[in-house]
Design a protein around this ligand. Structure first.
Ligand SMILES: Cc1ncc(COP(=O)(O)O)c(C=O)c1O
Length: 384
């Protein structure tokens, strides 16, 4: 059997249709979008078509989309950009953000900003009342993750955005994991800024976008030729932008079908593990969770050992977010949910995509109990 890839929160397979669009561009049109001649105009038209497609997926106007080098840059641009142009020294974020937001806020603390890191409940959910209480006269920005890359919990973004609006606080959300899995309409929800990444939605790596509502002013991070409306200078990464556009178009058009497929596979996986393995806990919210995320803690088993054993048996998984898997510290996200350090060390994240199949899930369900049993036999923490 082929390798079973269950690490789609880390990155996804590029959709062959995205590949074809990229190849077509590289072969036939390579002009600089800023050039006046025909080749330039063709490239510029391709970038604008991609912008429309990205905008459409999240309900934005196309002039409100800024292309970036990925989710990390979109988060940095949103947060540093807002505080650089708007007055107020206080930022609100959560204790369960991706490092792209968390470390940007940490950096701003060193620059003299005050940051409140909202706690979460045992499922990783932010409480509205905590957000309300944290808001101050000088709060300039709230940045709250749409859905967790690690435990899959979906935050109450509509309610939180409404609270921000009532209090004149600019609202940013990192929607890198939510895009394509959840219907998002930035206008209806009242989101001011939203981050997207190409490689999480079967597009290329190294490209992303920031939705920046008309009424929000931000300070650019990159200065140069004034591309992207002066917000992000630098010749556009046309190839990847085209790929991102096609990926967004597919995500939007096929969302219902793909979400249904992923949910059925995730439910089979979660139920299969919970029914067949003793002393296991599902991390994250039991129902308000991404359709492609399952995250477990297996008592007395080391997460990294589990990942390596599964890799040896042909299954790619992860212990937490890809960016933290090289650290030996327990997951900041799991500890924020109140998880004991030892439980956080025994976590396994399985994240699906539309390219997975039920056969792969069934095969995974045969292998995991076996591997967990094998590791427990060697574990000094396991008592039969
Ligand atoms: C929630 C979240 N935000 C931001 C990022 C960073 O995106 P990128 O890899 O495109 O920089 C990731 C990627 O892991 C993510 O999961």
């Amino acid at each position: 059997m082929e390798y079973i890839y269950l690490d789609n929160a880390a990155t996804t397979k590029v959709d062959p249709r995205v590949n074809r669009a990229i190849e077509d561009y590289l072969e036939h049109c390579y002009g600089n979008p800023s050039s006046l001649h025909r080749m330039g105009r063709e490239s510029s038209a391709a970038v604008e078509e991609a912008r429309e497609r990205v905008a459409e997926l999240v309900g934005a106007g196309e002039h409100e989309i800024v292309f970036t080098s990925g989710g990390t840059e979109a988060d940095n641009l949103a947060i540093k950009g807002v505080v650089g142009k708007n007055s107020g020294k206080h930022i609100i974020t959560t204790s369960v953000e991706h490092p792209a937001v968390h470390n940007t806020c940490r950096y701003l603390e060193k620059q003299g900003y005050e940051v409140t890191y909202l706690p979460v409940d045992g499922h990783g959910m932010v409480r509205e009342e905590d957000f309300i209480h944290a808001i101050r006269e000088d709060t300039v920005l709230a940045s709250i993750i749409y859905a967790s890359n690690e435990i899959g919990t979906i935050e109450p973004i509509r309610e939180l955005a409404a609270i921000a609006k009532e209090n004149d606080v600019i609202f940013h959300t990192d929607a890198v994991q939510a895009v394509g899995k959840l219907e998002i309409d930035v206008k209806k929800i009242g989101i001011d800024l939203l981050s997207i990444s190409g490689h999480k939605i079967h597009g290329p790596k190294g490209v992303g976008a920031l939705y920046l509502a008309d009424h929000v002013n931000i300070e650019p991070m990159m200065h140069g030729g004034g591309h992207e409306n002066g917000i992000r200078s630098g010749t556009e990464n046309v190839t990847c932008i085209i790929g991102l556009g096609v990926a967004c178009e597919i995500e939007g058009r096929e969302m219902d079908e793909n979400v249904g497929k992923m949910k059925a596979m995730r439910d089979r996986l979660v139920n299969g593990i919970m029914d067949n393995v003793r002393e296991v806990r599902l991390n994250g919210h039991p129902t308000k969770r991404l359709v492609n995320n399952a995250n477990f803690s297996f008592k007395a088993v080391e997460g990294e050992a589990l990942v390596l054993q599964l890799d040896g048996r042909g299954i790619g998984t992860s212990t937490g977010s890809a960016c933290s898997s090289k650290e030996l510290k327990p997951s900041r996200i799991l500890t924020a949910t109140g998880c004991e350090e030892v439980e956080a060390h025994s976590s396994l994240r399985l994240t699906l995509s539309r390219f997975n199949t039920m056969e792969e899930i069934d095969r995974t369900l045969e292998i995991i109990p076996d591997v967990v049993g094998y590791l427990r036999k060697m574990s000094p923490l396991w008592e039969e």
